[in-house]
Design a protein around this ligand. Structure first.
Ligand code: HEM
Length: 244
């Protein structure tokens, strides 16, 4: 091995990890954030911990990019807004799909883990709360830009080729809304499977409340425009039938 190749193996970044990979990513600290094996209330608690922690990280990343997307919408940079929201939606596929991993914990075993959660509840999830915090501002800012351009949502959809940027952002926000509903749907099914549908959670919230939240739409105007488009198309068809 040449001297040069040897040098490349040595870390040059500051920090205490053995390699630059570990130093840059702070893997020592990150991997110390789970209980040691002998501290686990149940061996499945490791899965419970890493699923939650990794979901929090990914939701943090998604919310960060949604804040950037918000700034792009405010400055009429719709291409980058759509690109960032698309990325966020791809990231959210992770916490949605990894929920299913927890379905492999049996209800009996889960209660061993749950006994150590105190009042800990997903209602206090920083990642999910930051998504809920940015979501309405994204929707309102898009509507403001549409109105500022002298348009209505219906016109943006009707002439989507002329208003491609606004239409693209609107559709990506709809994808985001759908992701939030999908998370809530799969999370509800997980809760029903593990603790049941007619009980209260660790914070005293009945599981039925999760069902009500699942039906919440963030961007009502964007969903409603489709009803209007279909109603208009039906009216045109009926008018055509009468004319013929
Ligand atoms: C065994 C697995 C799980 C069970 C049994 C469960 C159960 C529950 C329950 C009963 C609630 C209602 C609030 C309360 O605790 O009183 C809740 C809320 C919540 N949980 Fe979980 N959960 C599980 C896993 C997860 C995971 C992996 C995440 C991902 C971070 C998560 C995120 C949330 C969020 C964000 C809420 C608030 C929901 C909303 O605003 O609609 N949960 N969970």
């Amino acid at each position: 091995m040449s001297n040069n190749a040897e040098d490349l193996r040595k870390p040059i970044l500051p920090g205490k990890g053995a390699s630059d990979y570990e130093r840059y990513l702070h893997t020592d600290e990150l991997l110390a954030l789970q209980k040691a094996a002998d501290q686990l209330s149940h061996p499945d608690e490791m899965t419970f911990l890493v699923v939650h922690q990794s979901s929090e990280l990914v939701m943090k990343g998604a919310a960060f990019d949604l804040e950037r997307a918000l700034h792009c919408i405010e400055t009429d940079d719709y291409n980058n807004a759509a690109r960032l929201i698309r990325r966020c939606n791809m990231m959210l596929d992770f916490p949605i799909s990894i929920l299913h991993v927890l379905e492999t914990i049996t209800p009996y075993d889960y209660h061993v883990i749950r006994a150590g959660l105190g009042h800990g509840s997903g209602l206090d999830s920083p990642g999910f709360l930051s998504l809920l915090h940015v979501a309405p501002r994204l929707g309102q800012t898009l509507l403001d830009r549409i109105h500022h351009a002298g348009l209505t949502v219906d016109q943006v959809y009707r002439h989507h080729d002329q208003h491609f940027g606004l239409h693209d952002v609107a559709e990506r926000l709809l994808d985001f809304d759908e992701r939030m509903q999908l998370f809530r749907f799969h999370h509800l099914k997980l809760a029903e499977r593990i603790i049941g549908g007619r009980v209260v959670g660790t914070m005293g919230t009945p599981v039925e409340v999760l069902h009500q939240r699942m039906e919440h739409l963030m961007y009502k105007d964007l969903w409603a425009v489709r009803n209007q488009i279909t109603a208009d198309a039906n009216a045109r068809m009926q008018a055509g039938d009468k004319a013929s």
